[in-house]
Design a binder for this molecule. Structure first.
Ligand code: PLP
Length: 452
């Protein structure tokens, strides 16, 4: 930090403060974690200075021999870790991984057959008219994904996102009574809509998914199954999700982030069955430019860590702790979407406290509990104010929290929310954003957190 401070002291100070904040609060954001020193240090090297567009052994720049080593190792560890025939470690983020996946599916299913039919090797060989026809065809495909309020991600066909614009999209939700995925309904929608891509995976669904069933649905309608395991990749790596719950053998293409439950650097990953490998390998130049070689190096280190037996124990503790957290809420009378969890996250419905998600998130933050507000199915408050708070166990499990600590976390959260009331606007009207936290609650919560 002294080196940084000698150039821009305010950045050094913000960095120091970030460490203090992350350590001094309860980090319950389901998509966050604490990467190991080995992972963090690997990101801060001169690999950042290197350009390496292309792929291993086939670069558009000279002197990429060390980047080749790094990328090949990251892919090898990922293949071994997840039992995947092919791995692509270049995507800079989860969204990039999904874009690479979408475009490789479109290349495989639309572009390559069209080029073959026209006897062309590449799109550059097409006449203007054939190119226009192909562009139209590429933009005329259908995607069926999980809706945002049911727990899906923006990239699963949400209209304001590029995925909802590059595809004709339809969304599946969850059962309004149980909050659970209704596979029969997904199958019905798939038969009606006939998507080219069926997306499974989630950001805020507190249950496991049967990917074998999703593959059956995809096969029945001729869709490609893409699973986005960004949130639960750590549970797949740690073999908590196996058989029908392991997406990798069932999906044609599986995408992930590397920084959530997988505990690596901030980045993305694509795994594919052999059939899609060559198309995914064209991620650059199809979607990406120069890879972040320093981050690929850190991915290789993180995947190597995840291949150790300790990681499987860690992954099991993530799931066990989520159950303890859920129990802690239920015994204190709180409401959970789907009534519980069997993965790494819990979705607390804060209506019973008379609050919006935004008010709950802000009150908890004041007390040192870092969460994020989240929509619940059919959310009456919309995506900005929301009605839920999403809580995940990966980060605090890394800090060594176990069942009794997570029960205390539930106790603290219920205590804070029970002492929070909805506020008003300056003009005295009811507000969905402002809140009043009773005197002394923030202080006593901070004191309990300091003891943990
Ligand atoms: N996919 C899912 C399911 C996610 O939850 C997220 C992130 O929240 C992403 C993709 C996007 O990841 P990133 O923020 O790295 O682009």
């Amino acid at each position: 930090l002294e080196v940084i401070a000698s150039v821009e002291p305010r950045i050094a100070e913000a960095t120091r403060q970030e460490l203090a904040d992350q350590r001094g609060s309860l980090k319950l954001i389901a998509s966050e974690n604490y990467a190991s020193p080995a992972v963090l240090l690997t990101m801060g090297t001169w690999f950042s200075d290197k350009y390496a567009e292309g792929t291993v052994g086939h670069r558009f720049y000279a002197a990429c021999q060390n980047v080749d080593t790094v990328e090949a190792l990251a892919a090898e560890h990922a293949r071994e870790l997840f039992g995947a025939p092919y791995a692509y470690a270049q995507p800079h983020s989860g969204i990039d991984a999904n874009l690479v996946a979408f475009w490789s599916i479109l290349a495989h299913r639309v572009e390559t057959p069209a080029l073959e039919k026209l006897g062309a090797k590449s799109v550059n060989d097409l006449t203007e008219q054939d190119w226009e026809t192909l562009r139209h065809e590429l933009g005329n495909q259908r995607l069926l994904g999980m809706s945002l309020d049911a727990g899906g991600h923006l990239t699963h066909g949400f209209r304001p996102n590029i995925s909802g614009k590059m595809f004709h999209q339809r969304q599946y939700g969850t059962d309004p009574e149980t909050g659970l995925l209704d596979y029969d309904r997904v199958a019905e929608l798939a038969r009606e809509f006939k998507p080219m891509v069926l997306v499974a995976g989630y950001s805020a669904y507190p249950r496991r998914v049967n990917f074998a069933k999703m593959r059956e649905i995809a096969d029945e309608v001729g869709a490609t199954l893409m699973v986005d395991m960004a949130h639960f990749a750590g549970l797949v790596a740690g073999k908590v999700f196996t058989g029908d719950e392991d997406p990798v053998p069932h999906a044609h293409v599986t995408t992930s982030t590397t920084h959530k439950s997988l505990r690596g650097p901030r980045g993305g990953l694509v795994l594919a069955q052999e059939e899609f490998a060559a198309d995914v390998d064209r991620g650059c130049p199809m979607v990406l430019g120069g890879p972040l070689s320093h981050v690929m190096a850190a991915k290789a280190v993180a995947f190597a860590e995840a291949r150790r037996p300790e990681f499987a124990e860690y992954a099991q503790r993530i799931a066990d702790n989520a159950k303890s957290l859920a129990e802690g809420f239920l015994t204190r009378g709180a409401t959970l979407v789907t009534g519980g969890t069997d993965n790494h996250l819990v979705l607390l419905d804060v209506r019973s406290f008379g609050l919006t998600g935004r008010q709950a998130e802000s009150a908890l933050l004041e007390a040192g509990v870092v969460t994020n507000r989240n929509s619940v199915p059919q959310d009456p408050n919309g995506a900005w104010y929301t009605t839920g708070v999403r809580l995940g166990t990966p980060a605090l499990t890394t800090r060594g929290f176990g069942s009794s600590e997570f029960d205390t976390v539930a106790e603290l959260i219920v205590d804070v929310l029970s002492h929070t009331t909805a506020g008003t606007t300056k003009a005295g009207a009811p507000s969905k954003a402002t809140f009043v936290l009773a005197d002394g609650v923030a202080e006593r919560t901070h004191a309990r957190i300091d003891e943990m």
